[in-house]
Design a binder for this molecule. Structure first.
Ligand SMILES: [Zn+2]
Length: 251
């Protein structure tokens, strides 16, 4: 044990949101966290599945906590958790919010897996979206699509919904290409590109910029069309399906 004593002595504190948990052994869990300033971390919560656990419900998905961790040889160990915001309960009580939060957390996990540079910004974006979701500020699927567009923009893949994403020609344009980065002009549009309505393009721009006055009064048909385009944009850039997006109910 002497060889590990220097590790055991190294503790640190972080603000973190729980992205995901999975079982480890009889009573433990591995917790995947997005932290305010240490990027994405996977850490062990010992005894967390016992009813007598000192952690209570503080390490459930979407909880935001002030954590104390002890650096371990492979995974760090969570030694203390103080709740900062309990979005988890309100989100878990509504199925639509829960599926949206799950899709957001999965996206955040993928976007911060390799890219630690923007992790702090991704943390703030996710916590803000979870707060809005838990309060029911806006329709859950609009919060999701706004979050997806903004998290991709934060990761360096900002879509354009006005100027042509390829040549820069002034918009509005009536074609969309996930591969080229959003709205495309008549000359640049690849064959078979979808042609969303002007209202849908306006909604997408509002979701990207956080213009809720426009987004909140959008029509269901435009929300549906926007959601399909956002999903294709996300999947193109993450280069694999975000599984939980398929669970989100669109009405
Ligand atoms: Zn163009």
């Amino acid at each position: 044990m002497a060889a590990h004593s220097s590790f055991a002595a190294r503790t640190y504190r972080v603000d973190a949101v729980v992205l995901r948990t999975h079982k480890l052994g009889e009573a433990d869990r591995i917790i995947t966290l997005l932290t305010s300033d240490h990027g994405q971390i996977r850490a062990v919560a010992k005894g967390v599945r016992r009813t007598s656990s000192k952690f209570g419900g503080r390490l459930e998905p979407f909880m935001v906590s002030d954590l104390q961790l002890v650096a371990g040889r492979t995974l760090d160990i969570i030694s203390q958790a103080v709740t900062k915001s309990s979005y988890g309960q309100s989100i878990a009580a509504h199925y639509d919010r829960y599926t949206v939060a799950t899709a957001m957390a999965e996206t955040a996990e993928k976007l911060t897996d390799a890219d630690s540079e923007s992790a702090g910004a991704q943390y703030r974006l996710l916590v803000g979206a979870l707060a809005a979701l838990s309060r029911g500020d806006h329709a859950a699927e609009l919060i999701l699509d706004s979050y997806l567009l903004r998290s991709l923009a934060t990761a360096g893949w900002a879509p354009s919904f006005d100027a042509c994403a390829r040549c820069g020609a002034t918009g509005p344009h009536t074609a969309f290409s996930a591969a080229l980065g959003g709205a495309v002009c008549h000359d640049c549009r690849p064959p078979g590109s979808p042609s969303p309505s002007v209202e849908t393009m306006r909604l997408l721009a509002a979701l990207l910029s956080g213009d809720w006055a426009v987004a909140d009064v959008s029509e269901p048909a435009n929300r549906r069309e926007a959601a399909g385009l956002v999903a294709s944009f996300v999947q193109w850039h993450l280069e694999r399906n975000v599984r939980s997006l398929r669970l989100v109910e669109r009405n």
